[in-house]
Design a binder for this molecule. Structure first.
Ligand SMILES: CC(=O)N[C@H]1[C@@H](OP(=O)(O)OP(=O)(O)OC[C@H]2O[C@@H](n3ccc(=O)[nH]c3=O)[C@H](O)[C@@H]2O)O[C@H](CO)[C@@H](O)[C@@H]1O
Ligand SMILES: C=C(OP(=O)(O)O)C(=O)O
Length: 429
């Protein structure tokens, strides 16, 4: 499994370049199934989740040519064959095969996907959305998901999603791109990764309007063609390094950032006393000098940081906010509204000396600043794992973080990037 040994107490400082967005890479990889032509994907992060998706694509006949470490040429083949249960269960992104396979093969069968164990990962919105396009979805007795088109081609429709699910929106978009007629998707998710998928499909000949909003109008095409598409930068990685610099008291220059994606993220970090300077269209500087004060609401009440679908504060950054808040002065409520089990990781921070009250599975009150000390901890999910890395960088002594697969599946070259920022980190078996 592997572990990190991190000796804390030194501010993380230096420069790094942010990688391509993991959550954009996954749907864009799945969308290559929608055409027989070759699709070139650029700025693909070199991470485990991508490698699993590529293995799954190869399993159903796609050719994946590695042009360089961040560029892939993908050409679909039969789209028949084996979607390995073990690989499907390794990533949440595997659910993204449902939409394209349904559109192009009129059916798809998949064991339930995996991903972070942070609470129920619902499938209902996927079923609701895809069945609105004239398909039938079921959970089979053997536990697999089976979906088939009721006619030879899916039919465009008005699709109202019961929640703004990211991957369900992506599945509906991909299915609708080859459906007959127009689809209008209401209550659609609008995260930058959803936008990337839409932009890629438009380059492939589809017509998607309303990109970035919660109403998408998709004109389905009989066939889509190849394209070359460059993935956007990973705003979760950006937020993680803002957190690392801020919590450890260092100064980091981040390159390859999409500053336009950071509006709410910046407001969230400001609430815990951290800010950054915009240094050109694709760079930000997190300066050493920070307020380091947990904000209070107008009227003096305890402040809070909470998540919501885009353009709200992303749920994936709340673990980072929580650990950073332990190093700031004051009290703050962190309210994770979307996943039922994500906040349980605070037990590890408490073990390291943090003063946190877990009020219920969704809410934690953080009182800071706390002196953290090294401990042996385990990464339960990709973002909690990164939060533990940040905690370790601030702690006195050595922290051993186990199960680092659950960190590295989402962060490219993490240990090298951390070494470059001066962190005393060693990777051990
Ligand atoms: C591969 C991928 O892209 N994974 C991301 C994707 O997962 P994923 O697409 O699985 O997440 P969903 O957007 O479906 O939902 C996430 C959770 O939020 C809840 N929910 C969602 C929408 C809503 O309006 N109300 C609500 O309560 C859902 O019930 C679920 O518990 O989006 C999540 C939410 O941004 C991110 O954490 C994941 O990193
Ligand atoms: C929850 C996440 O990933 P996944 O949906 O792939 O489990 C994440 O990226 O924080």
């Amino acid at each position: 499994m592997g572990a990190y040994l991190i000796k804390g107490g030194k501010p993380a400082s230096g420069e790094i370049t942010i990688s391509g967005n993991k959550n954009a890479a996954l749907p864009c990889l799945a969308a290559t199934l929608l055409t027989d032509d070759t699709v070139r994907l650029c700025n693909v992060p070199d991470i485990e989740d991508v490698s699993v998706m590529c293995k799954l694509l190869k399993g159903i006949g796609s050719s994946v040519v590695v042009v360089d470490s961040h560029t892939l040429d993908i050409t679909s083949g039969t789209r028949k064959g084996f979607l390995s249960e073990e690989l499907v269960e390794a990533v949440r992104g595997s659910i993204l095969f449902l939409g394209p396979l349904l559109a192009i093969c009129q059916e798809a069968r998949l064991t339930p996907p995996g991903g972070d164990v942070i609470g129920l990962r619902r499938l209902d919105t996927h079923f609701l959305g895809l069945s609105s396009l004239d398909a039938t979805c079921s959970l089979e007795e053997d536990g697999s998901l089976y979906i088939h088109a009721n006619h030879s081609r899916l039919k465009g429709n008005t699709v109202f999603l019961d929640e703004t699910s990211v991957t369900a929106t992506e599945n509906v978009i991909m299915a609708a791109s080859l459906a007959e007629g127009e689809s209008v998707v209401l209550n659609a998710a609008s995260e930058p990764h959803v936008q990337d998928l839409c932009m890629m499909l438009n380059l492939m000949g589809c017509k998607i309007e309303g990109i970035g909003s919660n109403l998408l109008r998709i004109t389905g095409k009989k066939r889509l063609h190849g394209c070359s598409f460059t993935l956007g930068s990973d705003f979760m990685e950006t937020g993680s390094f803002i957190g690392l610099a801020g919590a450890s008291g260092g100064e980091i220059l981040l390159r390859g950032v999409q500053v336009e994606h950071l509006r709410m993220i910046r407001l969230g970090f400001q609430r815990i006393g951290l800010d950054f300077l915009i240094d050109g269209p694709t760079s930000i500087l997190i300066p050493r000098k920070q307020k380091r004060l947990l904000y209070r609401e107008v009227g003096g009440h305890t402040g809070k940081v909470d998540d919501s679908p885009w353009p709200g504060f992303p749920p994936d950054l709340l673990s980072i906010i929580t650990v950073c808040a332990t190093q700031m002065k004051g009290s703050i409520l962190v309210h994770e509204k979307m996943f039922e089990s994500r906040m349980f990781f605070v037990d590890w921070l408490i073990r390291m000396g943090a003063d946190i009250i877990l009020c219920d599975p969704h809410r934690a009150v953080v009182n800071g600043p706390s002196r953290l000390h090294g401990s042996i901890v385990t990464s339960p999910d990709v973002r909690a794992g990164m939060a533990l890395v940040i905690a370790a960088s601030c702690a006195e002594g050595v922290t051993r973080i186990e199960n680092i697969y659950q960190i590295e599946r989402g962060y490219e070259a993490l240990s090298q990037k951390l070494l470059g920022l001066g962190l005393a980190i060693e990777k051990v078996l």
